[in-house]
Design a protein around this ligand. Structure first.
Ligand code: 5GW
Ligand code: MN
Length: 341
Protein backbone atom coordinates (compact mmCIF):
# COMPACT_ATOMS: atom_id res chain seq x y z
CA UNK A 1 0.00 0.00 0.00
CA UNK A 2 2.84 2.44 0.90
CA UNK A 3 4.80 1.85 -2.26
CA UNK A 4 1.65 2.47 -4.41
CA UNK A 5 1.63 6.28 -4.48
CA UNK A 6 4.82 6.20 -6.58
CA UNK A 7 2.97 4.11 -9.14
CA UNK A 8 0.24 6.81 -9.28
CA UNK A 9 2.66 9.52 -10.51
CA UNK A 10 2.60 8.67 -14.22
CA UNK A 11 -1.21 8.47 -14.04
CA UNK A 12 -1.40 11.97 -12.53
CA UNK A 13 0.80 13.51 -15.21
CA UNK A 14 -1.27 11.68 -17.76
CA UNK A 15 -4.43 13.47 -16.45
CA UNK A 16 -2.66 16.83 -16.38
CA UNK A 17 -1.53 16.24 -19.95
CA UNK A 18 -5.12 15.58 -21.07
CA UNK A 19 -6.32 18.64 -19.16
CA UNK A 20 -3.73 20.87 -20.86
CA UNK A 21 -4.65 19.55 -24.30
CA UNK A 22 -8.32 20.10 -23.53
CA UNK A 23 -7.67 23.65 -22.30
CA UNK A 24 -5.59 24.41 -25.38
CA UNK A 25 -8.44 23.14 -27.52
CA UNK A 26 -10.92 25.41 -25.72
CA UNK A 27 -8.56 28.37 -26.04
CA UNK A 28 -8.11 27.70 -29.74
CA UNK A 29 -11.85 27.55 -30.16
CA UNK A 30 -12.25 30.81 -28.28
CA UNK A 31 -9.62 32.56 -30.39
CA UNK A 32 -11.15 31.30 -33.62
CA UNK A 33 -14.67 32.38 -32.68
CA UNK A 34 -13.80 35.38 -30.53
CA UNK A 35 -15.87 37.68 -32.74
CA UNK A 36 -18.92 35.51 -32.12
CA UNK A 37 -18.59 35.90 -28.38
CA UNK A 38 -18.66 39.68 -28.50
CA UNK A 39 -21.42 40.05 -31.11
CA UNK A 40 -24.66 41.72 -30.12
CA UNK A 41 -27.53 39.43 -29.25
CA UNK A 42 -28.90 37.74 -32.36
CA UNK A 43 -32.22 39.08 -33.74
CA UNK A 44 -35.28 37.78 -31.98
CA UNK A 45 -36.90 35.49 -34.52
CA UNK A 46 -39.79 34.36 -32.42
CA UNK A 47 -43.08 34.40 -34.33
CA UNK A 48 -44.39 37.26 -32.27
CA UNK A 49 -41.39 39.47 -32.99
CA UNK A 50 -41.51 38.68 -36.71
CA UNK A 51 -45.21 39.46 -36.86
CA UNK A 52 -44.64 42.75 -35.15
CA UNK A 53 -41.81 43.79 -37.43
CA UNK A 54 -43.83 42.96 -40.54
CA UNK A 55 -46.68 44.98 -39.20
CA UNK A 56 -44.39 47.89 -38.46
CA UNK A 57 -42.66 47.77 -41.80
CA UNK A 58 -45.68 47.38 -44.02
CA UNK A 59 -48.70 48.49 -42.16
CA UNK A 60 -48.07 50.93 -39.36
CA UNK A 61 -51.58 52.16 -39.92
CA UNK A 62 -52.90 48.98 -38.33
CA UNK A 63 -51.24 49.84 -35.05
CA UNK A 64 -52.92 53.19 -34.97
CA UNK A 65 -56.32 51.60 -34.93
CA UNK A 66 -57.51 50.34 -31.61
CA UNK A 67 -59.12 46.94 -31.53
CA UNK A 68 -62.82 46.63 -32.07
CA UNK A 69 -64.88 48.53 -34.56
CA UNK A 70 -63.85 49.11 -38.13
CA UNK A 71 -63.10 46.76 -40.99
CA UNK A 72 -59.38 46.76 -41.62
CA UNK A 73 -59.17 45.23 -45.08
CA UNK A 74 -58.37 48.59 -46.68
CA UNK A 75 -55.36 48.97 -44.38
CA UNK A 76 -53.71 45.88 -45.81
CA UNK A 77 -51.15 46.05 -48.59
CA UNK A 78 -52.79 43.30 -50.68
CA UNK A 79 -56.38 42.68 -51.70
CA UNK A 80 -57.80 39.14 -51.35
CA UNK A 81 -57.14 38.68 -55.10
CA UNK A 82 -53.51 39.73 -54.53
CA UNK A 83 -53.56 43.17 -56.11
CA UNK A 84 -51.31 45.64 -54.28
CA UNK A 85 -52.94 48.39 -52.21
CA UNK A 86 -50.63 51.38 -52.53
CA UNK A 87 -49.63 52.98 -49.24
CA UNK A 88 -46.62 55.12 -48.44
CA UNK A 89 -43.59 52.89 -47.80
CA UNK A 90 -44.73 49.97 -49.97
CA UNK A 91 -42.79 50.95 -53.10
CA UNK A 92 -39.36 52.17 -54.21
CA UNK A 93 -39.99 55.03 -56.60
CA UNK A 94 -36.49 54.83 -58.13
CA UNK A 95 -37.06 51.26 -59.32
CA UNK A 96 -40.50 52.12 -60.66
CA UNK A 97 -39.31 55.32 -62.36
CA UNK A 98 -36.66 53.31 -64.21
CA UNK A 99 -39.21 50.72 -65.29
CA UNK A 100 -41.37 53.50 -66.70
CA UNK A 101 -38.70 55.63 -68.36
CA UNK A 102 -40.45 55.49 -71.72
CA UNK A 103 -44.06 55.26 -70.53
CA UNK A 104 -46.54 57.80 -71.90
CA UNK A 105 -49.16 58.90 -69.39
CA UNK A 106 -52.42 60.81 -69.89
CA UNK A 107 -54.45 62.77 -67.35
CA UNK A 108 -58.12 63.09 -68.29
CA UNK A 109 -59.96 66.05 -66.80
CA UNK A 110 -63.47 67.34 -67.42
CA UNK A 111 -64.24 70.97 -66.57
CA UNK A 112 -67.49 72.52 -67.77
CA UNK A 113 -69.48 75.51 -66.59
CA UNK A 114 -68.36 76.94 -63.27
CA UNK A 115 -65.93 74.08 -62.66
CA UNK A 116 -63.51 75.73 -65.10
CA UNK A 117 -62.24 77.70 -62.08
CA UNK A 118 -60.70 74.50 -60.68
CA UNK A 119 -58.68 73.72 -63.79
CA UNK A 120 -55.62 75.96 -63.42
CA UNK A 121 -54.95 75.14 -59.74
CA UNK A 122 -55.25 71.43 -60.58
CA UNK A 123 -52.84 71.62 -63.52
CA UNK A 124 -50.37 73.79 -61.60
CA UNK A 125 -50.34 71.32 -58.72
CA UNK A 126 -49.94 68.48 -61.24
CA UNK A 127 -46.79 70.18 -62.53
CA UNK A 128 -45.42 70.05 -58.98
CA UNK A 129 -46.41 66.52 -57.96
CA UNK A 130 -47.85 64.41 -60.80
CA UNK A 131 -45.57 62.04 -62.76
CA UNK A 132 -42.53 64.28 -62.41
CA UNK A 133 -39.89 63.45 -65.02
CA UNK A 134 -42.30 61.47 -67.20
CA UNK A 135 -44.05 62.02 -70.51
CA UNK A 136 -47.48 63.49 -69.66
CA UNK A 137 -50.41 64.65 -71.78
CA UNK A 138 -53.24 66.55 -70.11
CA UNK A 139 -56.54 65.86 -71.88
CA UNK A 140 -58.85 68.69 -70.86
CA UNK A 141 -62.49 68.70 -71.93
CA UNK A 142 -64.35 71.95 -71.47
CA UNK A 143 -67.09 74.15 -72.87
CA UNK A 144 -64.82 77.17 -72.34
CA UNK A 145 -61.70 76.40 -74.37
CA UNK A 146 -61.01 80.10 -74.89
CA UNK A 147 -61.00 80.83 -71.16
CA UNK A 148 -58.39 78.23 -70.32
CA UNK A 149 -55.17 79.64 -68.87
CA UNK A 150 -52.27 77.31 -69.61
CA UNK A 151 -49.96 76.46 -66.73
CA UNK A 152 -46.19 76.62 -67.06
CA UNK A 153 -45.31 73.09 -68.10
CA UNK A 154 -42.17 70.97 -67.83
CA UNK A 155 -40.49 69.53 -70.94
CA UNK A 156 -42.30 66.44 -72.15
CA UNK A 157 -45.66 67.68 -70.85
CA UNK A 158 -48.39 68.75 -73.26
CA UNK A 159 -51.89 70.15 -72.92
CA UNK A 160 -54.69 69.14 -75.28
CA UNK A 161 -57.87 71.18 -75.12
CA UNK A 162 -61.09 69.68 -76.39
CA UNK A 163 -64.46 71.29 -76.79
CA UNK A 164 -67.50 69.58 -75.22
CA UNK A 165 -71.11 70.58 -74.69
CA UNK A 166 -72.18 71.21 -71.13
CA UNK A 167 -75.26 69.29 -70.04
CA UNK A 168 -78.07 71.07 -68.26
CA UNK A 169 -78.37 68.71 -65.29
CA UNK A 170 -75.31 68.18 -63.08
CA UNK A 171 -76.04 64.49 -62.89
CA UNK A 172 -75.65 64.36 -66.67
CA UNK A 173 -72.40 66.36 -66.57
CA UNK A 174 -70.53 63.75 -64.57
CA UNK A 175 -72.08 60.89 -66.54
CA UNK A 176 -71.09 62.58 -69.81
CA UNK A 177 -67.47 62.00 -68.85
CA UNK A 178 -67.94 58.28 -69.45
CA UNK A 179 -69.23 58.90 -72.96
CA UNK A 180 -66.30 61.17 -73.82
CA UNK A 181 -63.95 58.53 -72.45
CA UNK A 182 -65.35 55.81 -74.71
CA UNK A 183 -64.78 57.98 -77.79
CA UNK A 184 -61.31 59.22 -76.87
CA UNK A 185 -59.83 56.01 -75.53
CA UNK A 186 -60.80 54.29 -78.77
CA UNK A 187 -59.99 56.94 -81.35
CA UNK A 188 -57.18 59.13 -80.05
CA UNK A 189 -55.52 58.02 -76.86
CA UNK A 190 -54.79 54.49 -78.05
CA UNK A 191 -51.93 55.79 -80.23
CA UNK A 192 -50.80 58.61 -77.98
CA UNK A 193 -50.43 57.16 -74.48
CA UNK A 194 -49.95 53.87 -72.62
CA UNK A 195 -51.81 54.66 -69.39
CA UNK A 196 -54.68 57.01 -68.67
CA UNK A 197 -55.46 58.54 -65.27
CA UNK A 198 -58.97 59.99 -64.89
CA UNK A 199 -59.53 62.64 -62.24
CA UNK A 200 -62.16 65.05 -60.96
CA UNK A 201 -61.24 68.67 -61.57
CA UNK A 202 -62.19 69.97 -58.10
CA UNK A 203 -58.92 68.56 -56.72
CA UNK A 204 -55.29 69.55 -56.09
CA UNK A 205 -52.16 67.46 -55.86
CA UNK A 206 -50.59 68.00 -52.45
CA UNK A 207 -47.81 65.38 -52.43
CA UNK A 208 -46.08 62.90 -54.74
CA UNK A 209 -48.33 60.98 -57.17
CA UNK A 210 -46.17 59.03 -59.60
CA UNK A 211 -45.84 55.88 -61.64
CA UNK A 212 -46.63 53.72 -58.60
CA UNK A 213 -50.29 54.33 -59.46
CA UNK A 214 -49.99 52.86 -62.96
CA UNK A 215 -51.46 49.43 -63.65
CA UNK A 216 -53.83 47.63 -66.01
CA UNK A 217 -56.91 48.67 -64.06
CA UNK A 218 -56.57 50.94 -61.03
CA UNK A 219 -59.17 52.33 -58.63
CA UNK A 220 -59.05 54.37 -55.42
CA UNK A 221 -60.70 53.51 -52.11
CA UNK A 222 -63.28 56.12 -51.08
CA UNK A 223 -61.89 58.00 -48.07
CA UNK A 224 -65.25 58.03 -46.27
CA UNK A 225 -65.74 54.27 -46.45
CA UNK A 226 -62.26 52.79 -46.03
CA UNK A 227 -63.04 51.45 -42.56
CA UNK A 228 -66.70 50.68 -43.21
CA UNK A 229 -68.27 47.26 -43.18
CA UNK A 230 -69.35 46.03 -46.64
CA UNK A 231 -73.00 46.39 -45.76
CA UNK A 232 -72.55 50.12 -45.26
CA UNK A 233 -71.15 50.79 -48.74
CA UNK A 234 -73.47 53.10 -50.71
CA UNK A 235 -73.66 50.74 -53.71
CA UNK A 236 -76.77 50.86 -55.90
CA UNK A 237 -79.09 48.37 -54.17
CA UNK A 238 -82.13 48.49 -56.44
CA UNK A 239 -82.14 45.44 -58.72
CA UNK A 240 -83.85 47.44 -61.46
CA UNK A 241 -80.69 49.49 -62.06
CA UNK A 242 -77.84 48.09 -64.15
CA UNK A 243 -75.50 49.35 -61.39
CA UNK A 244 -77.11 46.96 -58.88
CA UNK A 245 -74.75 45.16 -56.51
CA UNK A 246 -76.39 42.51 -54.29
CA UNK A 247 -75.66 42.47 -50.57
CA UNK A 248 -72.57 40.45 -49.77
CA UNK A 249 -70.90 41.28 -53.09
CA UNK A 250 -68.11 43.83 -53.51
CA UNK A 251 -64.82 44.45 -51.78
CA UNK A 252 -64.26 48.18 -51.44
CA UNK A 253 -66.26 51.28 -52.19
CA UNK A 254 -64.27 53.13 -54.84
CA UNK A 255 -64.48 56.87 -55.51
CA UNK A 256 -64.92 58.04 -59.10
CA UNK A 257 -62.64 61.06 -58.54
CA UNK A 258 -59.52 59.01 -59.40
CA UNK A 259 -59.14 55.84 -61.43
CA UNK A 260 -57.10 54.72 -64.37
CA UNK A 261 -55.38 52.00 -66.28
CA UNK A 262 -54.17 50.90 -69.70
CA UNK A 263 -56.04 52.76 -72.42
CA UNK A 264 -57.86 49.64 -73.64
CA UNK A 265 -58.93 48.77 -70.07
CA UNK A 266 -60.40 52.25 -69.61
CA UNK A 267 -62.14 51.82 -72.95
CA UNK A 268 -63.79 48.61 -71.71
CA UNK A 269 -64.67 50.19 -68.37
CA UNK A 270 -66.18 53.34 -69.87
CA UNK A 271 -68.15 51.32 -72.47
CA UNK A 272 -69.67 49.15 -69.73
CA UNK A 273 -70.55 52.14 -67.54
CA UNK A 274 -71.97 54.12 -70.42
CA UNK A 275 -74.09 51.17 -71.53
CA UNK A 276 -75.46 50.86 -67.99
CA UNK A 277 -76.24 54.57 -67.78
CA UNK A 278 -78.09 54.50 -71.13
CA UNK A 279 -80.11 51.40 -70.18
CA UNK A 280 -81.09 52.97 -66.85
CA UNK A 281 -82.12 56.17 -68.60
CA UNK A 282 -84.44 54.19 -70.90
CA UNK A 283 -86.18 52.94 -67.75
CA UNK A 284 -86.20 56.47 -66.39
CA UNK A 285 -83.94 55.64 -63.47
CA UNK A 286 -80.58 56.94 -62.36
CA UNK A 287 -78.14 55.13 -60.09
CA UNK A 288 -77.83 56.49 -56.56
CA UNK A 289 -74.35 57.97 -57.10
CA UNK A 290 -74.56 58.29 -60.89
CA UNK A 291 -71.42 57.16 -62.72
CA UNK A 292 -69.68 56.26 -59.45
CA UNK A 293 -72.32 53.55 -58.91
CA UNK A 294 -71.68 52.13 -62.38
CA UNK A 295 -67.92 52.28 -61.81
CA UNK A 296 -68.31 50.32 -58.58
CA UNK A 297 -70.51 47.74 -60.24
CA UNK A 298 -67.92 47.23 -63.01
CA UNK A 299 -65.10 46.85 -60.50
CA UNK A 300 -66.90 44.22 -58.43
CA UNK A 301 -66.92 41.89 -61.43
CA UNK A 302 -63.70 43.15 -63.08
CA UNK A 303 -61.28 43.35 -60.18
CA UNK A 304 -58.74 46.16 -60.32
CA UNK A 305 -55.13 45.00 -60.67
CA UNK A 306 -54.01 47.75 -58.30
CA UNK A 307 -55.87 49.62 -55.58
CA UNK A 308 -54.92 53.08 -54.31
CA UNK A 309 -55.25 53.80 -50.60
CA UNK A 310 -57.05 56.96 -49.43
CA UNK A 311 -53.64 58.70 -49.50
CA UNK A 312 -54.57 59.24 -53.16
CA UNK A 313 -57.97 60.80 -52.45
CA UNK A 314 -58.42 62.78 -49.30
CA UNK A 315 -60.71 65.48 -48.02
CA UNK A 316 -59.63 67.44 -44.96
CA UNK A 317 -63.22 67.32 -43.66
CA UNK A 318 -63.06 63.53 -43.23
CA UNK A 319 -62.27 61.58 -40.09
CA UNK A 320 -59.44 59.09 -39.40
CA UNK A 321 -56.91 61.41 -41.05
CA UNK A 322 -54.26 60.26 -38.55
CA UNK A 323 -54.17 56.95 -40.46
CA UNK A 324 -53.20 58.72 -43.67
CA UNK A 325 -49.55 59.72 -43.56
CA UNK A 326 -49.43 61.39 -46.96
CA UNK A 327 -52.39 63.31 -48.31
CA UNK A 328 -51.42 63.27 -51.94
CA UNK A 329 -54.57 64.37 -53.77
CA UNK A 330 -57.04 66.61 -51.99
CA UNK A 331 -60.64 67.60 -52.64
CA UNK A 332 -60.96 71.38 -52.94
CA UNK A 333 -63.74 72.63 -50.73
CA UNK A 334 -66.58 74.07 -52.74
CA UNK A 335 -68.74 76.95 -51.84
CA UNK A 336 -71.78 75.29 -53.33
CA UNK A 337 -73.68 78.52 -53.99
CA UNK A 338 -70.89 79.83 -56.18
CA UNK A 339 -69.90 76.67 -57.98
CA UNK A 340 -73.10 74.70 -58.22
CA UNK A 341 -76.35 75.82 -59.79
C1 5GW B 1 -71.80 70.82 -61.03
C2 5GW B 1 -72.75 70.83 -60.02
C3 5GW B 1 -73.00 69.68 -59.33
C4 5GW B 1 -72.28 68.55 -59.63
C5 5GW B 1 -71.32 68.56 -60.63
C6 5GW B 1 -71.09 69.70 -61.34
C7 5GW B 1 -70.06 69.73 -62.37
C8 5GW B 1 -69.15 68.67 -62.48
C9 5GW B 1 -69.88 70.82 -63.26
O1 5GW B 1 -70.63 71.82 -63.28
N1 5GW B 1 -68.86 70.82 -64.17
C10 5GW B 1 -67.98 69.77 -64.24
O2 5GW B 1 -67.05 69.82 -65.07
N2 5GW B 1 -68.15 68.69 -63.42
C11 5GW B 1 -67.24 67.55 -63.58
O3 5GW B 1 -67.75 66.40 -62.95
C12 5GW B 1 -65.92 67.87 -62.90
O4 5GW B 1 -64.84 67.18 -63.54
C13 5GW B 1 -66.14 67.30 -61.51
O5 5GW B 1 -64.96 67.09 -60.81
C14 5GW B 1 -66.90 66.02 -61.88
C15 5GW B 1 -67.71 65.39 -60.72
O6 5GW B 1 -68.50 66.35 -60.08
P1 5GW B 1 -68.19 66.80 -58.57
O7 5GW B 1 -66.73 66.99 -58.43
O8 5GW B 1 -69.04 67.96 -58.20
O9 5GW B 1 -68.65 65.53 -57.77
P2 5GW B 1 -68.23 65.22 -56.25
O10 5GW B 1 -68.89 63.90 -55.98
O11 5GW B 1 -66.74 65.13 -56.20
O12 5GW B 1 -68.75 66.35 -55.41
MN1 MN C 1 -65.21 66.11 -57.17
Amino acid sequence: MHGNWKNMLPLRSYFIGILVVFMLFIMGFCIKYIDLMFQPKPTDCSLKAVEKSIELAHCERKLLINTGNGRKMALNVLTPWLAPIIWDGTFDINILDNQHNSTRIGLFVFAVKKYIRFLLPLLESAERYFMIGHNVTYYVFTDKVKEVVKPKMADGHTLQLHDVVADERWQDVSMRRMEILTVFTKEHMANEIDYLVCADVDMVFNDHVGVEILGDLVATIHPVFFLSEKGAFPYERRPISTAYIPHGHGDFYYMAALYGGKVDEIYKLSMACRKGIVEDKKKNIEAVWQEESHLNRYLVYNKPTKVLSPEYLWDSRFGNGQLIKKKRFLVVSKNNDKVRY
